[in-house]
Design a protein around this ligand. Structure first.
Ligand code: SDX
Length: 392
C-alpha cells in the first residue's frame, strides 16, 4: 500500500460487488445457487430450471419454465452467415477460440441485444443467447468432425437437444441415452455459477462499460479458456494420459508439482476459495463411478485419478497448502465416457456457466453498477526529458 491505494494481487481479498445469486463457504465446502443447496439441485433439478433460478431468482413454476423454454426455442436459429465465419477457421482451431469469436459475432446479427436498459430488452437478449449458444457449441464440435451443421429438434428438451445437435449423424437416427442425458444435466448444473470467479468477473467488468451481453460473454469465454481456470478440465485429462503413458507413475508428477523450479501444477487441484473440499468434485467423483458403470465403460484413467487424489491428500505439501480436487478433476472422465472429445471439455464448462454469466451480468446491469476501473501503485520512471532519436 502507499497509504492511499492497497494492492491485492489476484483480488484474493477484494470484494468486487454485492450479489444475491451464489453463496460459497470455502471452509465448509458449501455451494448454493439462490439459496438452494448444490446437492439438491444436482440430484433433483434439470439444467434449464437451474438456469432460470440463477437468472431470475427462484426455481420456476411449470408455466414459467415452459414459457422460458418456448422463448429460447423461438430464438434458437443462428444466421446462416455465421457459418462463413466458422468455415474460415482451420480445423485444428481450439473450440474455445472459435466459440469466443462466434459469440461476439452474434452481436452483428442481433444489434438489438446491445443497448438493453429495460428488463424486457435484457430478457430478449438473454433468450437469444440461451437459444443460439448451444447451436454454436454443437457446430464447433461438428466442424472438427467434418459433420454437416444442424439444428436438432424443437420437440426435445434443452439438454436433449444439445446432445442431438452434438452427436446426430446425417444418415442415422440419434438415440438419446438417458444415462448420458442425466449425466450432462448434472454436470451443467454443477458448472452453472460460482460467484466472482475469473471468467464471471470478466463478464461483469466488460459488461460494466455497457458493451453488449454477447461481447461480455465472449470475454468470459476467453477467460475461462485458461488452464488455471476452466481449461483445467482438458489439462487434467492430458496430465492423466501422460501419467498412464508413464506406466501410472504418479510419484513423478507429484514431485514435479512440488518443485518450485518446475512450472507444472497438479491440474484439477487447488482452489482460491475452497480450502477443505470442492462440493462439486465430490458429486462428480461419485457420478463418474455411476456413469462409467452404467455405460459399461472401463477407463483406467479413473483409477489413476483416484490414486493421484489419494496420494495428494496424504502429501504434506498439499495438505499444508489445502490443495484438494476441484470441479475440473473428475469432470473430463465423464465427458470422455460420453464420447465428448477432450478439446471440447472446456466448451462444455462454458455451456454450463452460461446462465451464471448471464445472471451476474443482469444483476450488475439492474444494480446500475459503475464502470469497473481499478487503480494502481506507480513504480515506473520519474519525470525525464525527451531525447531525439539521434541522441538516444
Ligand atoms: C476453476 O474461482 C473459481 O471459482 C474457479 C472455478 C469456477 O467454478 O469458476 O471453481 C473453476 O477454475 C477451478 C480451478 C481449476 N484450475 C486448476 O485446477 C489449475 C491448478 N490449480 C492452481 O493453478 C491453483 O490452485 C488455482 C489457480 C486454482 C488457485 O490458485 P491461487 O488461489 O492463486 O493459489 P496459489 O497459486 O497462490 O497457490 C497457493 C500455493 C502455492 O504454493 P506456495 O507459493 O505457497 O509455496 O499452493 C500451490 C502454489 O504453488 N499450488 C499448487 C497448486 N495449486 C496451488 N501446487 C501444485 N499444484 C497445484 N494445483
Amino acid at each position: 500500500t502507499n497509504g492511499v491505494i492497497t494492492i491485492d494481487p489476484g483480488y484474493k481479498n477484494t470484494g468486487a460487488c454485492t450479489s444475491g445469486i451464489t453463496f460459497l463457504d470455502g471452509e465448509k465446502g458449501i455451494l448454493r445457487y439462490r439459496g438452494y443447496a448444490i446437492e439438491d439441485l444436482a440430484e433433483k433439478a434439470d439444467f434449464l430450471e437451474v438456469a432460470y433460478a440463477l437468472i431470475f431468482g427462484n426455481l420456476p413454476t411449470e408455466e414459467q419454465l415452459a414459457k422460458f423454454h418456448e422463448d429460447i426455442k423461438e430464438n434458437a436459429i443462428v444466421d446462416e452467415e455465421v457459418k462463413k465465419i466458422l468455415e474460415a477457421f482451420p480445423k485444428n482451431a481450439h473450440p474455445m477460440g472459435v466459440l469466443s469469436s462466434l459469440t461476439s459475432a452474434l452481436t452483428a446479427f442481433n444489434p438489438s441485444s446491445v443497448n438493453v436498459d429495460s428488463e424486457e430488452e435484457m430478457y430478449n437478449a438473454i433468450v437469444k443467447i440461451m437459444g443460439k449458444f448451444p447451436v454454436l457449441v454443437a457446430w464447433t464440435m461438428r466442424k472438427k468432425k467434418g459433420f454437416p451443421l444442424n439444428y436438432g429438434s424443437k420437440k426435445l428438451g434443452y439438454v436433449e437437444n444439445v446432445l442431438q445437435m452434438m452427436f446426430e449423424k446425417p444418415h442415422e437416427d440419434y438415440e438419446i441415452n438417458p444415462i448420458v442425458k442425466d449425466a450432462l444435466d448434472k454436470l451443467l448444473i454443477l458448472h452453472a455459477d460460482h460467484e466472482q470467479n475469473c471468467s464471471t468477473s470478466t463478464v461483469r467488468i466488460v459488461g460494466s462499460s455497457h458493451a453488449g451481453l454477447f461481447a461480455s460473454l465472449s470475454a468470459g469465454i476467453s477467460a475461462l479458456w485458461g488452464p488455471l481456470h476452466g481449461g483445467a478440465n482438458q489439462a487434467v485429462l492430458e496430465m492423466l494420459e501422460a501419467i498412464k503413458e508413464d506406466g501410472g507413475d504418479t510419484k513423478k508428477y507429484m514431485a514435479k508439482a512440488k518443485d518450485k523450479s518446475d512450472p507444472f501444477r497438479l491440474m484439477g487441484f487447488g482452489h482460491r476459495v475452497y480450502k477443505n473440499f470442492d462440493p462439486r468434485a465430490r458429486i462428480i467423483k461419485k457420478a463418474a463411478d455411476e456413469v462409467l458403470g452404467d455405460l459399461g465403460v472401463e477407463d483406467p484413467i479413473l483409477d489413476i485419478a483416484k490414486g493421484l487424489e489419494k496420494e495428494a491428500l496424504e502429501d504434506q505439501y498439499f495438505v499444508d497448502r489445502k490443495l484438494y480436487p476441484n470441479v475440473d478433476f473428475y469432470s473430463g472422465i465423464i465427458y470422455r465416457a460420453m464420447g465428448i472429445p477432450i478439446e471440447m471439455f472446456t466448451v462444455m464448462f462454458a455451456l454450463g456457466r452460461l446462465p451464471g454469466w448471464i445472471a451476474q451480468w443482469r444483476e450488475m446491469r439492474l444494480n446500475k453498477e459503475p464502470i469497473g476501473r481499478p487503480r494502481q501503485i506507480y513504480t515506473g520512471e520519474n519525470l525525464r526529458d525527451f531525447k531525439n532519436i539521434s541522441d538516444r
